[in-house]
Structures are given as structure tokens and as C-alpha cells.
Write a protein that binds this ligand. Structure first.
Ligand SMILES: *[C@@H]1O[C@H](CO)[C@@H](O)[C@H](O)[C@H]1NC(C)=O
Ligand SMILES: *[C@@H]1O[C@H](CO)[C@@H](O)[C@H](O)[C@H]1NC(C)=O
Ligand SMILES: *[C@@H]1O[C@H](CO)[C@@H](O)[C@H](O)[C@H]1NC(C)=O
Ligand SMILES: *[C@@H]1O[C@H](CO)[C@@H](O)[C@H](O)[C@H]1NC(C)=O
Ligand SMILES: *[C@@H]1O[C@H](CO)[C@@H](O)[C@H](O)[C@H]1NC(C)=O
Length: 517
């Protein structure tokens, strides 16, 4: 299972020479030649530079002013027109020590921001990597307002364009095309990876899609409804609001009821779907009325709704429930601050209703139905037909934290089952594997064994057993499919994460993956 260093060395296609401050003179010349030597349709080369030693660099766009890089590389900044009224800003990072692989990167939230930390991480793993601003700058839906082509970039086009243009830049620089191409993203990036497998199945041989924001319209609506259930901190108008302090208290009760279900009491809920959390135990009693240690009936009613699946006007399932356990997250304010969630408000206002101003006071199920029926930009990304991606030999890896406070992990199970039904196959092991990560928050973080190389800062060990990007490479290039992924927690303990629907069970001394199919 270990991704042998020998295999990597064999694939090493390098011109490198480290140690010199000026870097490799041949590479420097080749790199700077790209400034005039690239002629790619619809594409303007903004700048080209050769960066032989680790440093801080200035960035494209308005999201951040500085970024860092570690590996020596050739940097190409470019703009590609994607239509008459839209375009992406993007960067290709071409490391001196290249292992022959191409990587495209995704985005986050409603962004709009080049993932510089991910560019640096991917180059350190020796991928030639491209990341873009997804067609607009900043984490807002305002750029989509009356501009459907900018929305199309966000919904499905920017990753395709970065792959098409990025591969041409790679070939021009190294003198030959990539051996294999990969995609990595989380959250919106997970949705982009999913969308790419559906709409442009030829673009990538391997796709890693973390905590995907799939069934996007319903996710946006669910987030709005959860916020409505809770209300605002203004207690007079909204007695149901639960303050951050009270959430700590709720979390304790969730753990009291469900922590032990996994076989061991470790503050991590292995299978939140097995947790039949009963918030009524928190109700104030006559002898216990301090607001610190008990909840009012409206508060408990709100919790009931939050921890139940959301159904729509016709009784259809809209979105799975909030995962019990996720309420301990430092990100809890994203949905439960008391302010109506900005993503939901902006999406409804700028993309669905197309109005410059909108008051969300009456937000309810009918808005969800509208968001869904408009499905602006074909954003839904809820389609099980992976047949073309599968037939072309593509490999798809996904992961989802089971204490994800932004997107419930139940949605990834639901997508897996949707694909299963769509392809009429009981499991997707031959091309699609979903790893559920107990105790992990959105994309990373949390008490669980949440470090498995999925993102910058999560690299515990450089091997395919512990790094899901290397596992993807091993699957695509050597046919070695990952049965589990070993994550490392902040306290350095490790745990094998199981692929759905294989279950993670405590055998008395350790968690093991048990295939009950
Ligand atoms: C991109 O579009 C702009 C505006 O339409 C145009 O001026 C420019 O020439 C285009 N660039 C390329 C490389 O096609
Ligand atoms: C270049 O842009 C035009 C429209 O802006 C589009 O029709 C064409 O397909 C683009 N070319 C490529 C290679 O993407
Ligand atoms: C993993 O580590 C080995 C040994 O340090 C190194 O040679 C190899 O390049 C690393 N692999 C990646 C993908 O970084
Ligand atoms: C808003 O624009 C989108 C396309 O960008 C369209 O599908 C939708 O119907 C429009 N909404 C209204 C209320 O006109
Ligand atoms: C539990 O699983 C671990 C890891 O596979 C194994 O080493 C151990 O022997 C198992 N314990 C029992 C009681 O089966």
C-alpha cells in the first residue's frame, strides 16, 4: 500500500538543480521565454517569472495581498476570456522538480479567490498546478448579478478552462504533455470537481472532491432555513435563539447521549446517523430555570428542526439533517450567528430574483422551491450519471467530515447512493470512493484524525496510505485503490477512515473497517 519512493523516482522527469540562489539557468531562460512564446486562444499572458528560492510573493486579484511559495518554480499568470462578457484570472505554477503530473485546483464558498496555499502545497508534491479566481474576485454573489456568463464560470466552466489552458502551458514549458491529470478541491471545490466529472469527464484522470457543496440549490436553502429556525439574538422577537454559550451546553448533551454509541467514549461520534439526539432532555424544569443550564421550549423546538432532515412544500426531502456533534465547531457562527446567512441572501437576491435589494424577513420553503426551479447556471450538481467518467477510466475520491458544521456529511452518502442507483450498481468501488471522517469539521479541523494530506497543513506522512492525494495518484497510475485512508489527529493518534458503505467499528482495542455488505 505504501507509495514507494522508488516508483516516484522512476517517474521523476526533472531538470532540477537546487541549491543555487539564481536557480537553474536553463529553466530560467525557458520560463522567461513563455512571456512571448505562448500563443493560446482567448488567453493573455499577464506575467511570467522564475522563482528559484522560497519567498513571499504578491498575488493576482483582490483576495489577498501576499502568498508564499517553497519549491523552485516558473510562475505564469494569465487571463482567459471565457465568453464575450466573462473571463478567469489564473496562475500556473511549474515546479523545477516535476513528476510529470498536471493538477487543477478549485475554490471555496462563493469565491472568487486563487488558492495560493494550495498551489504551494501541490507544487511541493511536484505537480504542475493551475488555480483560477473562478471568474470573479471575492467571496460574494454580487458579480453574478445580471451577468449569467460570470455565473457559468462559477458553476461549471472555470475548472474546464483552467485544465484546457493549463495543459497547453505545461506542454510549452516542459516540452511534452503531462502523463496524468488530477483535480483537487474542497467545499465549493468539491462541487466543482463533481461538476467537472459530469460535464467534462475527459479533463481529469483523478478527481479529489472534499465535502462537496453538491445539490447546491438545496444546500443554500437549507442553510437559510436552519438560520430561520434559530432566529436572531434579539430574544424579544425570537425566543428560539441559542447563543454560542448554550451551544456548548447542547454539545455536551449530544455527547452524553451519543458519544458511547461508537463503542468508545472519545468525544467523537463515529456514526452521527445512529445518534437519535433528543433535545427535550435539555428543557428547563421548575427547579432548574437558569438559562445557562436549560433550554426553553422554543429553543428545543428549533433544535428538533435543525437535527431533522428538511422537507419541502411537497414533502420531498430537501437536505439531510445537521450532523449531531458538528455543533462544537468554531465555525458554528456561519449558520447560527443570528444573522441571515449572507450566501443564501446573496444567492436569492442576485442570482434567483435578480434584484439589487432584498429583505429576507419572510424567508421560507417557497423560496427554496424557487431557488431550485431557477437552478441558475445549472448549479445544482446533483446528478448520478457518472457513466462517461467511469467509462474513460476516471477515478473519483471524496471525503467528508462527520462533524462538518457547514455541509452535513449525510449529503455525501446521499450522492453516493444516487450514483449507485443511476449506474445500477450496488457499490462504486471500481471508480468512486467516499471516505467518511469521524470528528472532522468542514474540509479539515476538529478533534478527529483529520489530517490526511487533503489540503495544505494536513500532511501527516508522505505516503499513499496517509495522503489522499498520493492515494489518488497510486490508484490512477498503479491501479492500487485505497481501501482506507489513515488520518492523524492533533494529538498524533491515527485512525483508519473507511470507505462508504463500509463501517468503522470499535473492536475493543481499535477502530476497524468492517464490510457488512
Ligand atoms: C478578451 O476580451 C476582451 C474584451 O472583449 C478583448 O478586448 C480581448 O482582445 C480578448 N482577449 C483575447 C486574448 O482574446
Ligand atoms: C474563445 O472564446 C470564444 C468566445 O468568447 C469561444 O467561442 C471559443 O470557444 C473560445 N475558444 C476556446 C479554445 O475556448
Ligand atoms: C516523498 O518523500 C520522498 C522522500 O523524502 C521524496 O523523495 C518524494 O519526492 C516525496 N514525494 C512527494 C510526492 O513529495
Ligand atoms: C434571474 O436570472 C436567471 C438567469 O441568470 C434566470 O434564470 C431567472 O429566471 C431570473 N429570475 C427572474 C425572477 O427573472
Ligand atoms: C482490533 O483491531 C486491531 C487492528 O486491526 C487488531 O490489531 C486487534 O487485534 C483487534 N482486536 C481484537 C480484540 O480483535
Amino acid at each position: 500500500m505504501e507509495f514507494a519512493v522508488a516508483i516516484l523516482s522512476k517517474l521523476l522527469l526533472t531538470f532540477s538543480s537546487f541549491g543555487s540562489n539564481a536557480g537553474d539557468p536553463t529553466l530560467r531562460a525557458k520560463c522567461l521565454d513563455l512571456k512571448s512564446g505562448l500563443n493560446i486562444e482567448n488567453t493573455t499572458i499577464l506575467d511570467v517569472s522564475y522563482l528559484p528560492k522560497a519567498s513571499k510573493i504578491s498575488t493576482l486579484g483582490t483576495c489577498q495581498s501576499k502568498a508564499t511559495h517553497s519549491a523552485p518554480f516558473c510562475r505564469v499568470q494569465f487571463h482567459t476570456n471565457t465568453s464575450a462578457t466573462s473571463g478567469i484570472d489564473a496562475e500556473a505554477w511549474l515546479p523545477d522538480e516535476w513528476f510529470g503530473r498536471f493538477m487543477g485546483l478549485g475554490n471555496r464558498g462563493l469565491g472568487g479567490c486563487i488558492a495560493y496555499d494550495e498551489l504551494d502545497y501541490a507544487s511541493s508534491l511536484h505537480f504542475a498546478t493551475v488555480a483560477s479566481n473562478n471568474g470573479h474576485d471575492g467571496d460574494s454573489a454580487l458579480p453574478f448579478y445580471q451577468n449569467p456568463e460570470v455565473l457559468n464560470d462559477f458553476s461549471f466552466r472555470s475548472i474546464h478552462v483552467e485544465a484546457v489552458v493549463g495543459k497547453q502551458i505545461v506542454e510549452a514549458y516542459y516540452g511534452h504533455p503531462q502523463t496524468k491529470s488530477y483535480y483537487v478541491g474542497c467545499s465549493t471545490g468539491g462541487r466543482q470537481g463533481t461538476q467537472t466529472a459530469l460535464k467534462y469527464p475527459e479533463d481529469f484522470d483523478g478527481i479529489l472532491a472534499g465535502a462537496p457543496a453538491t445539490d447546491f440549490n438545496h444546500l443554500v436553502h437549507w442553510t437559510g432555513m436552519l438560520s430561520r429556525f434559530l432566529g436572531s439574538p434579539d430574544a424579544a422577537s425570537s425566543p428560539s435563539f441559542v447563543s454560542p454559550k448554550l451551544w456548548t451546553f447542547v454539545h455536551k448533551e449530544v455527547l452524553r447521549q451519543c458519544d458511547g454509541l461508537g463503542g468508545v467514549v472519545d468525544r467523537i461520534i463515529t456514526e452521527p446517523d445512529a445518534c437519535d439526539f433528543r433535545p427535550e432532555t435539555l428543557l428547563c424544569r421548575p427547579d432548574l430555570t437558569s438559562s445557562k443550564s436549560c433550554l426553553t421550549t422554543p429553543q428545543v423546538e428549533a433544535l428538533r428542526k435543525i437535527y431533522s432532515p428538511l422537507y419541502g412544500l411537497d414533502g420531498e426531502l430537501v437536505y439531510p439533517r445537521y450532523d449531531p456533534g458538528a455543533e462544537s465547531s468554531p465555525l458554528i457562527g456561519f449558520t447560527f450567528s443570528g444573522e441571515f446567512p449572507p450566501y443564501t441572501k446573496q444567492w436569492l437576491q442576485y442570482v434567483v430574483l435578480n434584484v439589487s435589494d432584498y429583505d429576507v424577513n419572510d424567508y421560507g420553503l417557497k423560496h427554496g422551491a424557487l431557488i431550485d426551479s431557477v437552478d441558475a447556471g445549472d448549479i445544482a450538481t446533483f446528478d448520478g450519471d457518472f457513466s462517461t467518467f467511469r467509462a474513460r477510466g476516471g477515478k473519483f475520491l471524496s471525503y467528508h467530515g462527520r462533524a462538518d458544521s457547514i455541509i452535513p456529511s449525510g449529503n455525501s452518502k446521499r450522492v453516493y447512493d444516487l450514483i449507485s442507483r443511476s449506474l445500477s450498481t450496488p457499490n462504486l468501488d471500481d471508480f468512486y470512493r467516499l471516505f467518511l471522517v469521524p470528528g472532522m469539521d468542514h474540509c479539515a479541523g476538529g478533534l478527529g484524525a483529520s489530517k490526511f494530506g487533503q489540503l495544505p497543513g494536513t500532511q501527516a506522512r508522505n505516503s499513499s496510505s496517509h495522503n489522499i492525494i498520493l492515494a489518488m495518484v497510486d490508484w490512477v497510475e498503479n491501479g492500487v485503490a485505497p481501501d482506507s485512508i489513515i488520518g492523524t489527529a492533533s494529538d498524533r493518534t491515527t485512525r483508519a477512515h473507511c470507505r462508504y458503505p463500509v463501517r468503522s467499528l470499535w473492536n475493543g482495542s481499535d477502530f476497524v473497517c468492517e464490510d457488512a455488505r
